[in-house]
Design a protein around this ligand. Structure first.
Ligand code: WTA
Length: 658
């Protein structure tokens, strides 16, 4: 990527430095804890260490046993009882925090709402009672399909309050994807909105939901948030009598007295679907006590959150980052959380920085894909705004290239803010590998080392330790996924059977370790793509393509993209009688977006009469990746017909990207 004018030489200088960034002295001096002994303490007594974190939370009943580990199944804080909403809200109502802003929200059009802890507690309790009134009981599943509005957090917390299991579905997913997720979890209630704003457009969520609802027999009621009366009109929102209810009507009539349900530490808090190596997304299951303990602990130490911080994580609540680091971790800490509905470039490319200045954001957590976009737009945008309140920056979702790290440090962090590059996954629930900003000397591009209490190593195919290989987690951790909803066998197969040693977790990432012990995550080693920080399974996109009447076969690979990290490239074989055309390219891209959601739209489609296959008929994705990236072809000797790939490469080079 070419950096904006003038910055190239500055960046070069910075990159030529020995590229080590020790924690600033004043930062260290103000931190909750300020020395490295926490690592040793956690090592000496891992269970005692996590138990001390758990003791910070409010329990209705303390546990009898910290960990019961029968690989691959773990139970944390066995016998303990607590409620997540109680920990995120009620606990903060007794001191001065009751009047503190819990949530500061700004809509894309500029409308603002602020909820104190008192306000949030009231509305969550009211909505929890409303859900009860609709017949929702402990253990029932509730699907949430909302834009980034306060009601998203309120709905999650209301479910948690009554012990219902939420399944949040990202608002960018198609009706079909929503229906699949509702059906897999057998949800009784769907919570959605008439619409939401994105880059000046209205996303018609209720209309999408109505389409999904034609194939979701388990849904008894739909609660609809009125994002704005305007939206209801423009999206022509219709309500089906008896089934569909307006959120504001329910709240108006609901009591604010709703005692938090005592939940067993191992009761399920939520299901969140994520892409895997098959066409079918996996319902990752998270439970209560361990999840809250680790998200609480990591939020506190990684973001060093203090009473007066204004913390902003730019993720969407539809992803795990939104669950753990917009809602549960920060609210369990009693923090002030900023939430923004819309796009970073609306109405202009300075919107994020305008928000940082306006609300005095102190801790900012975003994704490398966003940083690369900011970098491309140029530093004139952040330079227009006062970012002097920022004191800590974070990144998550994909490997961050050192150039983007250095740019972020300089132009957003004013060279004063430490950067935490946090590695974790939907499945790990909380942050696993990360600097601690008050002790860790950071290196651009490296997530550095495991959070205290976490043990990670690198293994080769045979399970031997190595300094470049597969990342492996070798000990249970509190916020680990408990299973895959309805498919424990897939849980065992996917994560716990790569190596013979029982209880070794395989995250699906490759990594290397440098001579200082720092870990460098290199990216997925399975058939999962990471497009703009979103996980997408190649098989999901392939099945969406094959679902089109013109397509016989499809192979999807990731191609390097300077902003998104990876973009989707599809090689498609047409059915007999179907002819390649530009119109068909457009139609196929639209078809994938319709079947899965816009995030899965392929960037490039190349038609091919054959696909490179091994003699046993397996498509050689590695070679297709080489073609898509314009690289020299790797080993082709195992191919049934090496000519196929040579022809394909030549055509790709001649035609370029369609
Ligand atoms: C990738 C997001 C490098 C990784 C929280 C992982 C990262 C996948 C980093 C999980 C990072 C996440 N450096 N790679 N700091 N953080 N990843 O489930 O490939 O949406 O397996 O969770 O993102 O994505 P997920």
């Amino acid at each position: 990527m070419t950096p904006p004018d003038g910055t190239e030489s500055k960046l070069d200088d910075l990159l030529r430095e020995d590229r080590r960034f020790p924690p600033p002295e004043d930062f260290r001096a103000r931190a909750h804890v300020s020395d490295e002994s926490v690592y040793d303490e956690a090592e000496e007594d891992m269970l005692g260490y996590w138990a001390r974190w758990a003791e910070d939370l409010a329990w209705f009943q303390l546990w009898d046993q910290v960990l019961d580990w029968q690989p691959p199944h773990a139970k944390w804080f066995v016998g303990g009882q607590l409620n997540v909403a109680h920990n995120c809200l009620d606990r903060h109502l007794h001191g001065p925090r009751r009047n503190k802003a819990a949530l500061i929200w700004e809509g894309e059009p500029g409308d603002v709402r602020t909820y104190t802890y008192w306000d949030l507690h009231r509305e969550v309790s009211q909505f929890a009672n409303a859900l009860k009134g609709l017949g929702v009981e402990k253990g029932d599943r509730v699907a949430i399909y909302l834009p980034m509005i306060p009601e998203a957090a309120i709905a999650m917390l209301a479910c948690a309050r009554i012990g219902a299991i939420h399944s949040v579905v990202f608002g960018g997913f198609s009706p079909g994807s929503l229906a699949d997720r509702i059906n897999d979890a057998d949800a009784r209630v769907l919570i959605t909105a008439d619409g939401g704003y994105r880059r000046g457009n209205v996303i018609p969520l209720k209309r999408n939901a109505d389409e999904a609802l034609q194939q979701t027999p388990s849904i008894e009621h739909v609660v609809v948030v009125a994002r704005g009366w305007d939206i209801s009109r423009t999206t022509q929102t219709t309500m089906q009598p008896k089934r569909d209810l307006w959120y504001h009507d329910l709240i108006r009539d609901a009591s604010a007295d709703c005692p938090a349900e005592p939940m067993d530490s191992e009761d399920i808090l939520f299901i969140l679907y994520t892409s895997g190596t098959t066409g079918q997304p996996k319902g990752v299951v998270h439970s209560t006590g361990g999840y809250l303990t680790q998200t609480y602990a990591t939020t506190r130490w990684v973001f060093d959150l203090k009473e007066d911080d204004v913390y902003w994580c730019t993720a969407d609540v539809g992803w795990i980052t939104g669950h753990s680091y917009i809602v549960y971790g920060p609210l369990a800490n009693g923090a002030t959380v900023m939430m923004y509905e819309g796009a970073p470039d609306f109405p202009d490319r300075g919107r994020f920085w305008e928000l940082c200045a306006k609300y005095g954001v102190t801790v900012f957590y975003t994704a490398p894909t966003a940083i690369r976009a900011f970098m491309k737009w140029g530093e004139e945008w952040p330079e227009k705004h006062d970012l002097s309140q920022l004191r800590l920056l974070g990144t998550v979702g994909e490997p961050i290239n050192p150039e983007a790290w250095v740019w972020y440090h300089r132009f957003i962090g004013g060279e004063r803010c430490p950067i935490v590059d946090t590695w974790w996954q939907t499945e790990t629930g909380g942050i696993m590998i990360t600097p601690l900003p008050w002790v860790t000397e950071t290196v651009p591009g490296s997530a550095t080392r495991p959070f205290p209490g976490i043990q990670a190593t690198l293994l080769d195919e045979a399970g031997r330790e190595t300094n470049a290989g597969y990342l492996a987690i070798t000990r249970p951790w509190p916020s680990m996924l408990r299973t895959i909803w309805g498919d424990d066998e897939r849980f065992r197969q996917t994560y716990w059977s790569k190596w013979d040693e029982p209880g070794t977790y395989f995250p699906g990432d490759g990594a290397k370790q440098d001579e200082n012990g720092n870990l460098w995550i290199l990216g997925r080693v399975d058939d999962v793509l990471n497009v703009a920080g979103h996980r997408i399974g190649t098989m999901e996109v392939e099945s969406a393509l094959v679902d089109h009447p013109a397509v016989a076969e499809a192979a999807v690979v990731g191609k390097t993209h300077d902003v998104k990290g990876q973009a989707i490239a599809a090689f498609v074989t047409l059915r007999d009688g179907k002819e390649p055309s530009d119109e068909l390219v457009v139609a196929l891209k639209a078809h994938v977006a319709e079947v899965i959601g816009a995030i899965a739209r392929p960037e490039a489609i190349l038609f091919s009469a054959d696909l490179p296959k091994t003699r046993s008929g397996k498509i050689m994705r590695r070679l297709l990746r080489d073609i898509a990236d314009g690289k020299a072809l790797g080993d082709t000797t195992t191919l049934a017909d090496p000519e196929v790939v040579a022809r394909l490469k030549q055509r790709y080079e001649e035609e370029g990207e369609p």
